[in-house]
Each structure stands twice: as C-alpha cells, then as structure tokens.
Design a protein around this ligand. Structure first.
Ligand code: SF4
Length: 439
C-alpha cells in the first residue's frame, strides 16, 4: 500500500521562470494597448469596444500558472491532468505540447487513474475533481497538484454542510459539467446524502410542481434521470433542500430559481417550517458576476453587434451570449477561424450545442462592435479575432480590397497610405498587425 500523499495547493514559487512561456502563448500586446486606450479601438468604419471585464479569471490564471510551474518543478516525471484544465482548446493543446497528458475528457491519452504510479504527478483542474477520484489518487501515493479554484471549493463546502445536515443539494447547473460533477459528488460522502441538478427555470418549475403535487414521479424521474444521485427518491429527497449554483451560471436565473423553490416549499410545508426545510446560498463566483455586469454595461452603451469569444463547451461564455442577444445580434465564436469573410460568420447557436453560419453578419457603414470573452479565453485569441474582423472588413463582398473606412476599392493595401476618397490614413506600423490599427 502506498503512503497517502500531501495535496499541493499553492505555487512552487516558479512564476517568474514560467512567465516567458505564458506570455508567449497567451498574452496580447494589442489587448493591452486597447485597454490603455479606454477599452476602445478604432479601425476605419469599425469601432471596437471591449468589455471592462473579460477573458481569463483569477481561477484560470492560477490553474494555468500552476500547470506550467508543475512541469518546471518535475522535469522528467510523468505529469497528468485529470481532465481539461479549462474549456479552451488552445490552452489544453499547449499543455499537451509541453508533455502533460490527460486522463479523461476530450484529450484523454488512454491512461486512467488505474495506471498512475507513485512517481507520477497529477494535476487537478480549476473545476475540481470528484471525491472518489481524489481518494483514489491519494491512495496511489503520487504527487497531487490541486488547482481547484477557491470559488469552486466554496460551493463544495456548502454542499458538504448540506449533505451533513441531510439537506438535498439542489444545484443550478449542468449535470455533466466537470465542476458540477465534482461538487455534487460531495453530497454522497454522507449517509443518505443526495443531489439534484437543475439546468434552468422550466426544470425548476417541474421540481416545484412535484413538491406541490402537480406532477407524477414518473414525469419527474424521466426529466431528471441523469441529474440525480443514485437511488434518488423525490418523495423523500425533496423534503429538505439546500440550493447552490455552479459558479458560472447566469446569476439572475440562479436567484429566480432559488426564489421559486423557496415559495414552493412555503406553500407545501408552511412558512413556519421554512428554516428547517430550505437553505439558499449564492455561489456564483465574483469573476462570472463581473463579466456579466460588464457585458450588461457594454450592451446598454449601445453596440451594433457583439462578438463573444470562448470555447463552445464553456458555460460562462454561453451566458455572456445569452445576455448580449437581448440587446443586439450576438455571435459566439471560438477563434478567428470563425470569421470566414465579411459576409459569413460561423458561430455557436445560443441554448444549443450546435454551430451555425450567419450571412450577412457585418453590416456596411460605421459600426460599433462589442467584444468580450469567457473566463477561459486567452487574450491572444481575442486579439486574433479582432484582427481577423479588421482583415475581412478590408475586402468587399466581391473580394476586392477596399478602404477600411469608406469602402472605396483599392489597387493594393499599403501601410501608411491615405484613401484618395475619404482621406482615411491606414497605419499598420505598430508592428502588431498586417492591418490598420488606428487607436
Ligand atoms: S470562472 Fe469563477 S469559479 Fe471558475 S475558475 Fe474562474 S474564478 Fe474560479
């Protein structure tokens, strides 16, 4: 039997050593320049407005730092991640490039926890890991570097105390999201512990209907068959409920769901017993809240369209699109490759895993384009998207090169050249782009 290991949850002090690698892969001089210019960039007829809060959050920054530091600390050792470190293809691919292998998820290497040896190093991603995975790893005696975000741990502690007190953890989230799988697993540490994952308001309404006797057990179990703990019995397990949420959900929806359930429990059991039967704790993380607040502010400012950059399986990115589309056309793109041309964009359909194409998407004339990015999107990817939009706007629908400002057809695109029609001065001399970057 191997000695159980200590779980490392802090930096190895190698931040400066890995900084050049991180900057080369994820940093963006253009984004820094835009921020310094009041979060605004003008390129001819296009004005880009960047949300005040976007991109990498504190939890993601820390997880990526620790992964690179782990590689620097243990050269020559096998290093594994239990799953995607965050929902970003480029970041996961970079980690593969530096020799980190994945146990599960879309990048799985073919190794599993069974194959872990005591000399191996295993990194737990920002989403956390399920309780049984953690205990299996600890039995292996390997080094465990746990990058679980503090905000995810906070939800876990809440679910722990609900489980201990025999409250069913009712989690507003996605049952198959890594964070929610890790969080919900904590309720099973206790005898009789149970959980139920509710995706949205219609599902919350179904729970209320069951509590108040308006729907059958069969209908309930059919809807939640994948989203409940083993042996879940709604008659028994909905008598006491502790509400929490996946950290990256839409905060307004989480609040509404908690209110719906609170009112339902009151109607079913009476207001006087509520304290013994219902608990609610808002576990949306501050980074998610800040990004949602910033997009609301940007949308209220008035933009013609919004580009939201982020992985298609990123929950927090999806919610930024959901908010934006209430104000203007909003396109969820994963990277610059989605900006096909001035007339065609590929993007993810909101509320659906499917992708779609929209044509046309970039109207003629002066345009204010809002830009934001999910918490797992590197600034480098945002920069590439902005540059690509400028590039496609520099061609008309027939493929002719045009002045980025007035659309006059050009013989060739030149740096530091003035349009003979509108006088607009194109300048790509900042060295960051082949395209004009007028701030
Ligand atoms: S989105 Fe929130 S909970 Fe998730 S890693 Fe970032 S800060 Fe942590």
């Amino acid at each position: 039997m191997n000695q159980p290991t200590e779980v490392i949850r802090k930096s190895f002090g190698l931040k400066e050593e890995v900084k050049p690698q991180l900057e080369a892969s994820y940093h963006s001089p253009l984004i820094e320049k835009i921020k310094a210019n009041g979060f605004s960039l003008r390129a001819g007829r296009l004005t880009f407005r960047l949300a005040q809060e976007f991109g990498f959050c504190y939890g993601v920054d820390r997880a990526i730092d620790y992964a690179y530091e782990t590689k620097a600390k243990f050269p020559g050792r096998r290093i594994f991640l239990t799953n995607e470190i965050i929902h970003n293809q480029r970041v996961n691919a970079k980690l593969q490039e530096i020799g980190i292998q994945f146990l599960y998820g879309p990048y799985a290497s073919g190794f599993s926890i069974e194959d872990i040896q005591k000399d191996d190093v295993v990194i737990v991603p920002a989403f956390g890991a399920m309780v049984n995975e953690m205990s299996e790893l600890q039995k292996k005696g390997c080094v465990i570097v746990d990058t679980t975000c503090g905000s995810v741990m906070r939800v876990g502690k809440r679910v722990d105390s609900d489980g201990r007190d025999r409250f069913t953890a009712l989690i507003h989230g996605k049952y198959d999201h890594e964070e929610t799988r890790a969080t919900s697993s904590r309720s099973l540490q206790y005898d009789g512990g149970s959980y139920l994952v509710v995706r949205d308001k219609p599902q919350a309404q179904l729970v209320c209907d069951y509590i108040e006797g308006r729907t059958s057990k069969e209908v309930f179990m059919r809807e939640f068959r994948k989203a409940t703990s083993p042996g879940f019995d709604p008659d028994r397990d909905l008598e006491r409920i502790g509400c929490a949420n996946q950290t990256t959900m839409l905060s307004s929806e989480s609040l509404e769901i908690a209110n719906m359930l609170q009112e339902s429990m009151k109607r079913r059991y009476g207001a006087e017993t509520l304290a013994d039967r219902f608990r609610h704790f808002d576990t949306i993380c501050s980074a998610t809240q800040d990004r949602q607040d910033a997009i609301l502010k940007l949308a209220a400012e008035g933009v013609d369209l919004m580009i939201v950059v982020g992985g298609y399986n990123s929950s927090n990115t999806g919610h930024l699109v959901e908010i934006s589309q209430q104000y203007c056309p909003a396109y969820h793109v994963k990277d610059a490759g989605c900006i096909v041309s001035q007339s065609l964009i590929q993007h993810k359909r909101v509320f659906s895993p499917e992708t779609m194409e929209t044509s046309p998407w970039l109207p003629d004339g002066p345009l204010k384009i809002g830009i934001t990015a999910g918490a797992s999107t590197p600034n480098r990817v945002v920069e590439e998207v902005i540059k690509r939009i400028i590039e496609v706007a520099g061609k008309n629908r027939s493929g002719d090169l045009v002045c980025i400002n007035c659309g006059q057809i050009l013989e060739e695109r030149q740096c530091k050249a003035r349009c003979t029609r509108c006088g607009y001065f194109e300048d790509c001399s900042d060295g960051m782009s082949d395209h004009p970057n007028q701030l």
